[in-house]
Write a protein that binds this ligand. Structure first.
Ligand code: NAP
Length: 340
């Protein structure tokens, strides 16, 4: 099989590229070349959103499978459809499990859970992409498959509810400096965390799977943890006791409106997935990395080279301000109730 990944060096796609190579697949990745490609991977350097550069880079090549890791809007997707129509046997679009109904009407998420997220434009755009692909399949026989990852981490990502997205070591650095980290709500919301090496096993199993065309799958582990457990595992891996402060999501959203999408539209909800469907299509798929073990590997990776430990000072300032506001409010409330 001749396979093209658009992406290939990101949090999710790196592990998938490594596994594809380990399984002897003929893989090419296309990206802007900002990060090193996995050994043994053929790389094309181009910006996918620059149609001329991409047309030149790809020429008239046809692919058995294209996996698009980086379409975020219908306009971007439209360009991918135009680029690959008639030249691809299977087109896998990496969507997001945040597309599922928020708040959920049922605790268990299956692929038939309604797609509706009024809180996060990122998710609404992914839904619009999925709808466009469904239409492309129906009307133009475009061989689309939809894959929805939930929170997926690897070496270079510390996955938490309130953390800097580009500089995820920031929360670990806070923990190590004895500063509190914020856990939304009571920290009892149930969540599913997936290691990128586990995600890769299911994705690679779908490559070239003709019966998968037209279907949507989420790919997640089966390990369900509370956010308190997740934060505790991160602190344990960082070698420090957890100092957490619980603040309601409503309070956080009122003070930091930009957190609403990722919080109210995602991580403040329970995320428990029925993984029956992906296992039916990829029978050897089983997620084997427990969060407690995976996150140790992540922290070890950051510790191995201090240059990787980038800190988001702006986020730190915001969190300190939020904690101070919350503590002032709490102190005032205690006083009013005679509990001071
Ligand atoms: N990680 C998660 O928890 C999660 C959860 C749900 C859904 N997803 C979805 O999974 C997909 C991948 O996420 P990720 O976290 O792995 O992303 P990521 O770490 O940001 O990686 C993005 C990849 O795409 C390449 N890229 C970015 N812009 C490009 C451009 N204009 N042209 C060509 N290549 C480009 C990057 O390399 P260069 O920078 O060198 O170009 C890199 O290889 C996204 O669609 C995301 O919505 C992720």
């Amino acid at each position: 099989m001749k396979i093209l990944f658009i992406g290939g060096t990101g949090i999710i796609s790196t592990a998938s590229a490594e596994l594809a190579v380990a399984r002897g697949l003929d893989l090419t990745i296309l990206n802007r070349g900002k990060r090193a490609a996995a050994p043994g991977v053929r790389q094309i350097v181009a910006d996918i959103n620059d149609p001329k550069a991409v047309a030149t880079a790809l020429g008239g090549t046809s692919w058995d499978v294209v996996v698009d890791f980086i379409s975020f809007s219908p306009a971007e997707l439209e360009q991918r459809i135009a680029l690959f129509k008639g030249r691809v046997g299977q087109f896998i679009f990496i969507s997001s499990a945040s597309v599922y109904q928020k708040p959920g009407a049922h605790w268990l998420i299956t692929e038939s859970t309604p797609l509706a997220n009024p809180f996060w434009d990122y998710s609404r755009d992914k839904i619009a992409c999925e709808e466009r692909l469904t239409r492309a399949l129906r009307e133009e026989n475009f061989p689309a498959v939809i894959v929805r990852p939930s929170f997926t981490y690897g070496n270079n990502c510390v996955p938490l509810t309130l953390n800097s997205w580009p500089k995820t070591f920031t929360a670990v650095d806070r923990m190590r400096r004895g500063k509190p980290v914020i856990i939304p709500g009571d920290g009892l919301t149930l969540w599913t965390m997936t290691h990128n090496s586990d995600f890769a096993k299911a994705l690679i199993g779908l490559l070239g799977h003709q019966s998968a065309i037209g279907h949507a799958f989420h790919i997640t582990s089966d390990e369900v943890l509370t956010w308190n457990q997740i934060y505790s595992a991160v602190a344990e891996a960082a070698g420090v006791p957890l100092r957490a402060i619980h603040i309601s999501s409503d309070f956080i959203a009122a003070c930091v409106p930009e957190a609403v999408g990722s919080l109210t539209g995602d991580k403040a909800n329970c995320a428990i997935f029925d993984t029956t469907k992906i296992k039916r299509f990829v029978p050897d798929f089983v997620a084997t990395t427990r969060f407690r073990d995976g996150i140790k590997r992540t922290i070890n990776w950051f510790d191995a080279d201090p240059r990787r430990q980038e800190i988001d000072e702006e986020a730190n300032v915001k969190w300190d301000k939020l904690i101070a506001a919350y503590e002032r409010g709490l102190a005032a409330a205690r006083k009013e109730f005679g509990q001071a």
